[in-house]
Write a protein that binds this ligand. Structure first.
Ligand SMILES: CC(C)(COP(=O)(O)OP(=O)(O)OC[C@H]1O[C@@H](n2cnc3c(N)ncnc32)[C@H](O)[C@@H]1OP(=O)(O)O)[C@@H](O)C(=O)NCCC(=O)NCCS
Length: 325
């Protein structure tokens, strides 16, 4: 038995924020952002939208593509660090929205690795017999977690959602492996200090901008390239493949320079690598399912293709998966 992807879907908010729009908010330039990150524009939610709204549309699209009804879904796993509420899980809100009344639903918090953690978790549950069909979602509203006066971070992120339907099937196609890692020693290089149990809500906390993402970009960059490379090699080695066997590499889309450094170390060609960070920026846990859906829509993922995916994010967390499409 394997967990096979039988449908994909995504949703990007209509509002486009270009680098030129950002020039009006902070001391930055289109050229600086493109040179350092490869990002040209990103999407931003409407005032009345939040994470569950995007996740619901992406999930519905994935189910439509799969030809699966909501009642058939046994579990919903949502990777996010920008859920609608601190609790309950945004996955439960999606469950109610789509009417998946027979499912159990929960969120996974692994920052930009959230979708791969969610995928690994759903794969394990399906392989253990705790259901036949799973919705795996990555959805983020990063625009509500960044400090729009901090040019070091606000230029990097965007909003969006992607989803897949996984089905436990007999055969050789589907998820071949998932490898996950974390190292909590790096917490303060990339995190959101408030508001949680450590720093509960306070006027002083708002003044100190605790509810906004903090990052030491340079340090994150180095660890990201190293971790993405190592965990990708780990996936290939565990399955007896080399990078030449990969048909599409669909990495977490954080920054074009991180992706180029990683693909170079892995000896992957541009034709093997899917990149859309220029259009959407870093949508954290949503980048990989959005990219999978786009690659699928563009006809880049064919039956039998070998798909390698890898992610890195706050925690630090990182992971990879190999999928026989
Ligand atoms: C954030 C990042 C783009 C910065 O690029 P960099 O080449 O490392 O740049 P530095 O941090 O060395 O900053 C260089 C200068 O640019 C400035 N700068 C930062 N953001 C800027 C912006 N948006 N526009 C213009 N200048 C900016 C800095 O203030 C610094 O100025 P200084 O030298 O006067 O202090 C890069 O470090 C990065 O992408 N890191 C990884 C981030 C990431 O992907 N995180 C998520 C991982 S899942």
């Amino acid at each position: 038995m394997k967990s096979k992807i039988i449908g994909t879907g995504s949703y990007l908010p209509e509002k486009v924020m270009t680098n030129y729009d950002l020039e009006k908010l902070v001391d930055t330039s289109h050229d600086w952002i493109v040179t350092r990150t490869g990002i040209e524009e990103r999407r931003i939610v409407a005032e009345d939208q939040c994470t569950s709204d995007m996740a619901t549309i992406a999930a519905q699209r994935a189910m439509d593509k799969a030809g699966v009804k909501a009642e058939e879904i046994d579990l919903i796993v949502l990777g996010t660090i920008t859920g609608d509420y601190p609790w309950p899980a945004t996955a439960c809100i999606v469950q109610a929205n789509i009417g998946a009344k027979n499912a159990y639903a929960y969120d996974v918090s692994a920052a930009c690795s959230g979708f791969l953690y969610a995928l690994a978790s759903a794969d394990d549950f399906l392989m253990a017999g705790r259901g036949k069909k799973a919705l795996v979602i990555g959805a983020e509203t990063l625009s509500r977690a960044v400090d729009w006066t901090d040019r070091n971070t606000c230029v990097l992120f965007g909003d969006g959602a992607g989803a897949i339907v996984l089905e436990a099937q007999e055969g050789d196609t589907g998820v071949l492996s998932c490898h996950l890692h974390s190292d909590g020693n790096y917490l303060e290089l990339l995190y959101q200090p408030g508001f949680g149990a450590k720093h509960p809500p306070s006027a002083a906390g708002i003044e100190a901008k605790l509810p906004y993402l903090k990052m030491q970009g340079n340090e994150v960059f180095k660890v990201a390239v190293r971790s993405l490379t190592e965990v990708s090699k780990e996936a290939l080695k565990a399955n007896g493949f080399t990078s030449a066997d990969v048909d599409q590499f669909i990495p977490h889309q954080a920054n074009l320079r991180i992706l180029e450094a990683t693909t170079k170390r892995l000896k992957l060609t541009a034709a093997q690598s899917f990149i859309n960070v220029n259009k959407y920026g870093n949508t954290s846990g949503a980048t990989i399912p959005i990219a999978i859906d786009e690659a699928s829509q563009q006809g880049l993922l064919k039956e039998g293709d070998l798909i390698l995916s890898a992610a890195f994010g706050g925690g630090f967390t990182w992971g990879s998966t190999l999928i026989r499409w």
